[in-house]
Write a protein of this length. Structure first.
Length: 469
């Protein structure tokens, strides 16, 4: 017996029920822990959350029946847990006498928009290879989006990083959409030029370095990433975009020399900028981030200081292995706990165990994305799936690494957990693209052998006709 192609939509539905139990159960646990009663709007909240999840499942069942059955339940569980934690922070802000917030309600609205775009992507994009036609258009669109925050009038600086734009009453982070467009652009470019980029150059210390004439793309991305770091003051996006390009370049060429050259270029450029800021006093935000990372306690009472990082570390230490429980901690002491430091809030009230479970779920998303890349039948799909997996992996690494003081703090949000509309919507689209590639790779191959002789024109119908002269 050969390999049997299975749709596994029933397994997906079962896992979605467990994911809803995480989201709705977490929301109920917050009410019990804070107010000692089940929230009055639990039925309405749970019904809306279930409707969104079921809608996504039905669309996948009809339009991508062979897609990976694990991705959607994991995303639903993370999104539901994030909503519960954000609701907990809303109640903490209200109890502390701070201005009343409705972050959880807004996040649910953004989730609704994200699911709508997820549905439209699955239903309208029937073949991911169509995106290859828009390689350079995607690159120009990504560049325009990255430049938007620098325009006067609409650009906005938040927490020292100029990565936001204001459109009426709404604020938007265009870099979240730019990362998806960059994946499409890199994949389309590398499919066409992988052979030239894979040619061996000079061998140095047992490492095959690329040819000098092929360094143009990596030099361009190096300049763009450092420009983001200098002009927009955003270490996270700088590391994300350059790391994304390096990973896709390595996968396309299978040459580790690109990783070594790219890593040396990025860390060398960042080190030079740190030295420049320490010597001249300019670009002080780079020096502040590094100094806070090296010795956070020394900058606790300073401005800009390390109060956010130190309070989060205290909270996670107080939470220990199993946490204090919803309503028993003080996550509101951390500024912007609903966005930048939601992992710290989870660590304080749900403990290290919950943080490890969250990291494991992210690891499963990346693993399923890379599996879709491995079994994809076209080079463009392989690179797109790999790029999207790298985007999620790098974003989780720089965010959780910053919160746990593994690396300097960045301005990125934790995918599907943190409060933030642009990030949540873009990540739902990423999952839709991964499901489309997975469906294309897992569905049965059409029979093109042409052995059907039922039309009467097979070998048996061939006759020899002798011509008399």
């Amino acid at each position: 017996m050969g390999f049997v192609h299975r749709r596994r939509r029933g397994a997906e539905l079962f896992l979605l029920v467990l994911a809803l139990a995480v989201g709705v159960g977490g929301y109920a646990a917050v009410g019990l822990g804070v107010d000692q009663e089940v929230p009055a709007d639990l039925v309405g909240y749970g019904g809306w959350l279930a409707a969104l999840v079921v809608l996504a499942h039905v669309v996948v069942r009809f339009f991508a029946p062979y897609a990976d059955p694990v991705l959607l339940p994991i995303v639903a569980a993370l999104n539901g847990l994030g909503l519960a934690v954000i609701h907990r922070l809303d109640l903490a802000y209200e109890a502390a006498g701070k201005s009343q917030h409705d972050f959880a309600q807004q996040q649910l609205t953004w989730m609704t928009l994200g699911v709508v775009l997820f549905v439209l992507t699955i239903a309208l994009l029937r073949d991911h290879r169509v995106l290859q036609r828009f390689t350079y258009t995607s690159g120009l669109g990504a560049l325009a989006l990255l430049l938007l925050p620098m325009l006067p009038g609409i650009g906005n600086t938040v927490n020292g990083a100029r990565i936001w734009i204001n459109v009426g009453p709404f604020s938007f982070q265009p870099g979240e959409v730019a990362k998806v467009l960059l994946v499409v652009m890199f994949a389309g470019y590398l499919v066409l030029h992988r052979d030239a980029l894979a040619l061996a150059g000079r061998r140095v210390l047992f490492i095959d370095l690329p040819r000098g004439r092929d360094l143009g793309p990596i030099l361009a991305m190096w300049a763009v990433s450092l420009s983001i770091l200098v002009v927009q003051r955003d270490l996270g996006s700088s590391l994300l975009f350059f790391g994304l390009f390096l990973v896709m370049l390595y996968v396309a060429t299978e040459r580790p020399g690109w990783l070594i050259v790219g890593g040396l270029m990025f860390f060398g450029g960042a080190g030079f900028l740190y030295w420049f800021s320490a010597t001249t006093g300019r670009l002080s935000h780079i020096q502040n981030r590094v100094n806070i990372w090296l010795d956070p306690m020394a900058y606790y009472d300073k401005s800009p200081g390390s109060g956010q990082l130190v309070e989060s570390m205290f909270g996670m230490s107080w939470g220990g292995l199993i946490g204090r429980g919803f309503g028993e901690g003080q996550p509101d002491r951390v500024p912007y706990a609903e966005s930048d430091f939601i992992v710290g809030a989870i660590g304080e009230e749900l403990g290290l165990t919950a943080v490890m479970a969250v990291i494991l779920l992210y690891g499963l998303i990346v693993e399923r994305a890379l599996r879709a890349a491995l079994i994809s039948r076209d080079g463009f799909g392989k690179l797109v799936a790999t790029g999207l997996a790298a985007v999620l992996a790098l974003q989780v690494f720089v965010v959780i690494g910053g919160v746990t003081r593994l690396i300097p703090l960045t301005g990125l949000t934790t995918p599907f957990l943190s409060y933030g509309g642009s990030s949540l919507v873009a990540n739902w689209v990423i999952i839709a693209l991964l499901l489309r590639i997975s469906d294309q790779a897992r569905r049965p191959v059409p029979d093109l052998s042409g052995n059907d002789d039922s039309d009467g024109f097979g070998d048996d119908a061939t006759q020899v006709v002798k011509l008399s002269t």
